[in-house]
Design a protein around this ligand. Structure first.
Ligand SMILES: [Zn+2]
Length: 476
């Protein structure tokens, strides 16, 4: 498809909105606050909306450093979707999922500030998750474009224009999701899908090292007051890198998974939450057949979960959000960077020049980064931990082991994707995720080995403040 996609304004998914409105007005909605089943009281209101964020003109793409020119067409349209939830205390929380490569801190702050102003929604009540599609447009929320992208001034204008439009669309999208709030029931269960493999199994030279994966498939169902399915939110920990590194805009396997579910369940909004799949790729990959094939597998696995009995979720939804400083190893000095420039070319040279620019501006390089950690706790039955950055699998396995395999959902790529977040094991073993990838992100160097304990320590503090560990009850 060429760029014939109409520029769509933010639109509520009409079927869903109409159904929710009908549910609100139907006789059965008079029982909305009464018992939903013999043992569960309906306490939730939910609203869903979506917006088409497909670029309307050729634009540089994000994900692969090998691309040298703007996009040439559209393979799949891109959507951002929002699920607004109101619990029995009246508190509103919004989960935003997206067919976008990533959010920067500045992008998230722009959205969160606007939403707080309009709706009084505090930062802890908003999760912004990105699918990390490697076939999406470059977006920017930072002063400097990252050194991986050799982007000229004309293209920078396109990127800034598209970014501003997408941010406006997301703010409007959240308005629509909140407007659509209507009585609902939530339920949760874990499934599994064998799509992702550890990257160490995909290349020569590192096969002897451990290759853990997290193939869990958390599924949250949202049903209207009449019992009909309105939305399904599912998670998986794997890169959206099944498509070849070509010049076609697309949402990769998560886009196909959502589309397959929305075809199988007409009127339902399917939403993908990316997990801790930084060191995980789909296999096979880089072939045209792969994205749809993997998307279909995940959709079938979600359908299997939906056909069994999911555990009803009660409120309240307690939420906590904080930044914690994660440390870099000793950053390079001005002299070291000048030395690098004597031999470096391409991306490495741009990286060195970028760091020198920061030293010129600020007098020094930063040695830590404010890392976002967010926890949502649904009653005592589900804890959703949303982490920033490209988080390796060790974090989700460790946190589920700590807080409960059946009741813990760990998302990565949330709120700010500032680089890879390796575990201590990955840092000790080395490789791309341990340090090399930081060049792509324009960071001063690898993270320090304390990073895992700093992040999991902050998660422990926030889980306690949000209501405690699995099986515990009570409010913070
Ligand atoms: Zn990545």
């Amino acid at each position: 498809m060429r760029y014939s996609v109409p520029v769509l304004a933010c639109t509520v998914l009409l079927g869903t909105a109409a159904a929710l409105t009908a549910a609100r007005q139907s006789p059965s909605s008079s029982q909305a606050e009464g018992p939903a089943s013999p043992d569960v009281r309906r306490r939730w209101h939910a609203g869903v909306a979506r917006v088409n964020v497909t670029p309307s003109e050729p634009i540089f793409m994000k994900g692969y450093g090998s691309r040298t020119r703007p996009s040439e067409g559209v393979r799949q349209e891109l959507y951002v979707k929002a699920l607004a939830l109101r619990d029995e205390t009246g508190a509103v929380s919004v989960l935003v999922t997206s067919d976008l490569h990533s959010y920067t801190r500045r992008m998230s702050d722009t959205i969160a500030t606007a939403v707080e102003k309009k709706h009084g929604l505090s930062r802890d009540r908003l999760i912004l998750n990105s699918s990390h599609t490697h076939s999406g447009p470059a977006l920017t929320g930072e002063e400097l474009l990252r050194p991986a992208e050799d982007i000229n001034a004309e293209q920078e204008v396109v990127i800034r224009r598209h970014t501003a439009r997408v941010l406006e669309q997301i703010v409007e999208l959240i308005d629509h999701a909140i407007d659509a709030l209507a009585p609902a029931d939530l339920a949760f269960s874990q499934g599994a899908a064998a799509v992702g493999v550890n990257r160490r199994r995909l290349g020569a030279g590192r096969r002897q090292l451990p290759g853990p994966v997290d193939q869990d498939l958390p599924v949250l169902s949202v049903r209207a007051a009449d019992g009909s399915l309105r939305a399904v939110v599912f998670g998986y920990a794997c890169h959206a890198t099944a498509a070849p590194a070509d010049y076609q805009i697309g949402a990769d396997w998560p886009g196909y998974a959502q589309a397959a579910l929305e075809t199988a369940y007409p009127g339902v909004t399917a939403m993908f939450v990316n997990g801790c799949g930084a060191d995980c790729d789909p296999a096979p990959r880089s072939v045209l057949d792969a994205p749809k094939m993997h998307g279909d597998v995940v959709a079938v696995a979600v359908g299997q979960v939906l056909r069994r009995r999911l555990r009803p979720l009660t409120g309240p939804l307690t939420s906590v959000f904080e930044y914690v400083d994660i440390p870099f190893e000793r950053p390079p000095s001005r002299e070291e960077l000048h030395e690098r420039l004597e031999t470096a070319t391409g991306m490495a040279a741009r990286h060195a020049r970028q760091l020198l620019g920061i030293i010129d501006r600020d007098g020094k390089l930063y040695d830590r980064y404010p890392y976002p950690v967010q926890v949502w706790r649904f009653g005592s039955a589900l804890t959703l931990i949303a982490l920033g950055g490209e988080v390796v699998v060790d974090y989700s396995l460790r946190l589920k082991n700590e807080y409960g395999w059946e009741s813990t959902w760990v998302a990565g790529y949330s709120n700010d994707v500032m680089g890879y977040i390796p575990s201590r094991r990955v840092l000790m073993e080395g490789g791309y995720e341990a340090g090399g990838a930081m060049v792509n992100y324009g960071r001063p160097g690898p993270l320090g080995t304390a990073v895992e304990e700093v992040i999991t320590g902050k998660v422990a503090e926030l889980v306690t403040r949000a209501g405690g560990k699995e099986g515990e009850t009570g409010k913070p």
